[in-house]
Design a protein around this ligand. Structure first.
Ligand code: ADP
Ligand code: MG
Length: 416
């Protein structure tokens, strides 16, 4: 293992200045969905919102890490560092901002992180990377800086204004202040904050046949949380009638369960290479476990092969096991059932039943799992369930809503 850097030599936070009032209504408005797993950014091109791709994917991993030479990394390079040196990387940043330090609500997340988490100056978690302590809002700012740069490169003009999406919260929820502080640290004015289920519902309006005022259950199953929200919406308005979220039912929890099963499938006498001080092999297998889970949304069986990740006696060998969709379904079922139980509780608080819901809107990439879609259909007897771009739908809709309420950018063609 390479020697861990101890000194932060280069951090983007030191280069970005807070926004000043002269840029309050200048330039394009971008939308950012800073998800627990992926950070997506969208802007309006012509009349349509587009999701601005990251280096190798539609979103950039929501990971911050301390890289070689003491550089602070975000996105794909940070994810690479997480695999090599998990103690120097932090993910789940939005989860860290959702509750004060030590709150039991996010205990699940604390248990997964390998980096040092301490109480920050604002009472929320902070993470120690080398000789610097980053409060959660600074970690979020680092991801927003990357999102802003991605948008500026794509649009070829400076970006000063952002629409942020976040889970449904009360007005006085500290997450609102933390996100606003993060946006300011990233050099942007917050144009508007839109709750995720509202963005999904308003984005879906008009796409599917139905009455003008509808009741929908928005099931958001992402990597960091299962969030269910009951909404009533029409063309331009959306009211969240009730919402519940649980971090412990997230996609990453399913990955953990897949990893455990894969390890149990190793033949006797075969051990994972490395140890607690050198967990790189474990992290490579964990990455392969998540990939296998994703593959099983379209295949019924997959082979998980990770070169040089095990020891057979004194010999290095390949990790090589198969996993079937039926096995994955067995692991996922308790999580899905608990998620649907949450939907039931929200409805019962409004004296409603699954049959009262006009439709179910599925969002979050984990919803691509066939078993989930099947269970949703069974549970919401007869209500259609729509899975429409479950990854970027939140940010695309937020970009559209943001552009319709903000000051229009100066006229003239968008430079590309
Ligand atoms: P977040 O809102 O946390 O950023 P996303 O909506 O991007 O999350 O979803 C990420 C989660 O979805 C990860 O756990 C990932 O493994 C999972 N995922 C991605 N693609 C698929 C797929 N095709 N089938 C099942 N799960 C998937
Ligand atoms: Mg999300």
């Amino acid at each position: 293992m390479t020697q861990a850097p101890t000194h932060v030599t280069d951090c983007p936070l030191d280069r970005v200045r807070p926004p000043d009032s002269s840029t309050r209504s200048i330039g394009p408005v971008i939308a950012v969905d800073l998800g627990t797993t992926n950070c997506r950014v969208a802007a309006i091109q012509g009349f349509n919102p587009v999701c601005i791709p990251a280096e190798r994917s539609e979103g950039s991993p929501s990971v911050v890490a301390l890289g070689p030479g003491g550089r602070i990394l975000t996105g794909h390079p940070a994810r690479g560092q997480q695999a090599a040196n998990p103690a120097l990387a932090v993910w789940g940043i939005k989860g860290l901002m959702s509750a004060p330090y030590g709150d039991k609500k996010v205990k699940w997340l604390y248990d997964q992180l390998r980096c040092k988490v301490v109480k920050g100056d604002d009472g929320f978690p902070a993470v120690v990377l080398g000789d610097r302590t980053f409060p959660a809002r600074e970690l979020a700012a680092l991801l927003l800086i990357e999102a802003r740069e991605r948008a500026q490169n794509f649009l070829r003009q400076p970006v000063h204004r952002v629409v942020l999406t976040q889970p449904p919260t009360r007005k006085d929820d500290p997450l609102n202040q933390l996100m606003a502080a993060a946006a300011a640290l990233a050099g942007m004015h917050v144009e508007r904050t839109i709750s995720e289920p509202t963005a999904v519902a308003l984005g879906a309006f008009g796409k599917h046949k139905g009455k003008p005022e509808r009741t929908a259950m928005v099931c958001d199953w992402g990597g960091g949380r299962f969030q269910a929200s009951l909404v009533r919406y029409a063309a331009r308005q959306c009211q969240v009638l009730g919402t519940e979220g649980n971090v412990a039912l997230c996609g990453a929890e399913l990955d953990k369960r897949v990893l455990d099963l894969l390890m149990r499938k190793l033949p006797t006498g075969v051990k994972l290479a490395g140890d607690a001080n050198n967990p790189a092999a474990l992290y490579r297998v964990a990455g392969a476990a998540e990939y296998a889970k994703i593959q099983l949304s379209t295949q019924t069986e997959t082979r998980v092969r990770v070169p040089f990740a095990v020891m057979v006696g004194n010999q290095v060998g390949d990790f090589d096991v198969t996993l079937s969709r039926a096995e994955l379904d067995g692991l996922a079922k308790p999580l899905i059932d608990a998620g649907l139980k949450m939907c039931e509780q929200i409805m019962s608080q409004k004296s409603m039943f699954p049959g009262d819901v006009d439709e179910v809107l599925l969002v979050g990439e984990q919803c691509r799992m066939p078993l989930f879609q099947q269970r949703v259909k069974e549970f919401f007897v007869g209500a259609p369930a729509y899975l429409d771009e479950p990854g970027p739908s939140v940010v695309l809709s937020a970009a559209r809503l943001g552009s319709s309420t903000s000051t229009p950018p100066p006229s003239g063609p968008v430079k590309r």
